[in-house]
Design a protein around this ligand. Structure first.
Ligand SMILES: [Zn+2]
Length: 135
């Protein structure tokens, strides 16, 4: 079986400021973040596409107890991408002590950030999606 995109390819995209997804040649749906098969129909017949990064917040929470490598508290949201697919993203440039459910429905621009490795990852760098509210 052929993998259209493996994590090193996805990570190289992130390093270059790109969000890569997969568009199904059978049903037309976009799977993001990418995975081996189409999230809609299960087909492996997918093409790599560059996402616009545009999306909308569908739900959110404020993380008070944060993982190693993160600074908290911070706001994390589920973002519906304009092309299709959903991701969890840290909402940047907001005050987590003053941010609540009023941000649900807001348009965002999704990006990513590199998180230094630690004992949890054996020193390997991690990545997290970020999003900035644009309206
Ligand atoms: Zn499909």
């Amino acid at each position: 079986m052929e993998y259209k995109m493996i994590f090193p390819n996805f990570r190289e995209g992130l390093k270059a400021g790109k969000l890569l997804g997969l568009k199904c040649k059978d049903c037309g749906k976009v799977t993001f973040p990418p995975r081996k098969v189409c999230a809609e129909c299960g087909s492996e017949n997918q093409d790599i596409i560059e996402m616009s990064g545009k999306g909308e917040i569908v739900t959110m929470t404020v993380c008070m107890s944060v993982p190693i490598g993160f600074q908290g508290p911070y706001v994390v949201a589920m973002v519906e991408m304009a092309e299709g697919g959903r991701c969890m993203a840290d909402i940047i440039d907001v005050d987590p002590t003053k941010t609540g459910m009023e941000i649900i429905g807001k348009k965002v621009q999704v990006g990513s950030k590199e998180i230094p490795g630690d004992f949890m990852t054996g020193g390997d760098t991690r990545w997290a999606f970020t999003a900035k509210i644009v309206n």
